[in-house]
Design a protein around this ligand. Structure first.
Ligand SMILES: C[S@@+](CC[C@H](N)C(=O)[O-])C[C@H]1O[C@@H](n2cnc3c(N)ncnc32)[C@H](O)[C@@H]1O
Length: 217
């Protein structure tokens, strides 16, 4: 608890972290490249980024793109914000918000690509609508993505993976790529060898990693 409080306090001084007290928090919608990144590079968003390992990893590999990690948990985002500062990354931001409020922060066509990394599987039937690949979330992603902007999902959850494939089928969408075992697949290069905090845990437990890439129509 004390560590969480310390991190919340430290977050006030992290320039990469856009949270409610930040001056641009309420005005950033549609202006990420003008107000924050100050370039015209395409934006990749990571949904439920936790400690931000994936956002940081991608930002280091692709300096010509901008990356925004989104999560509701400030103490987790602290880690990403600290790393962005340590590595002096200018193409990274972390945004603290509920994903349900995505449209308050991004305009139509503002995002080029989305990664959803190890979302909570929410196995209970009553929680289906809270899965980050449920229809209401897919509709939010569609509203901010450019046409044909890819969405990538990495998960340890067979249930969430199959649920997402079923939803796509219902919508008549053919996935671009998928595998039920990323580390034994020819698609392995698609994740650029970056492992998130949760992914490392799951791999240590011997779990297989599912990967799916699709575009919304
Ligand atoms: C299982 S963790 C995975 C974290 C990270 N992607 C990783 O792989 O290490 C899921 C993350 O999603 C975040 N999350 C879940 N639902 C969310 C929502 N509706 N809005 C914002 N963040 C959410 C949680 O706070 C948590 O950090």
């Amino acid at each position: 608890m004390r560590q969480k409080r310390k991190r919340f306090e430290a977050n006030k001084w992290l320039k990469h972290l856009i949270e409610p007290r930040h001056p641009i928090y309420n005005t950033i919608k549609g202006k990420w490249n003008d107000l924050y990144f100050q370039n015209k590079h395409p934006i990749t968003v990571e949904i439920g980024c936790g400690h931000g390992a994936y956002t940081i990893g991608l930002a280091k590999i692709f300096p010509e793109r901008n990356f925004i990690g989104i999560d509701i948990k400030g103490d987790r985002l602290w880690k990403g914000g600290e790393e962005a500062k340590t590595y002096g990354l200018k193409n990274v931001a972390f945004l603290r918000t509920q994903v349900t409020h995505l449209l308050d922060f991004f305009a139509e066509n503002e995002v080029a690509e989305i990664w959803i990394t190890f979302p909570d599987p929410r196995p209970k039937t009553r929680d289906i609508k809270r899965r980050l690949t449920s229809i209401r979330f897919l509709n939010l992603y569609k509203a901010i993505l450019i046409q044909n902007g890819p969405i990538h999902l990495k998960t340890d959850s067979n249930l969430l993976f199959n649920h997402t494939l079923d939803l796509l089928q219902e919508k008549g969408i053919e996935p671009l790529n998928y595998t039920t075992n990323l580390y034994r697949s020819s698609l392995i290069d698609h994740h650029f060898g970056i492992q998130t905090t949760y992914e490392k845990r799951f791999i240590a437990q011997g779990m297989q990693i599912y990967y799916l890439c699709f575009m919304l129509k």
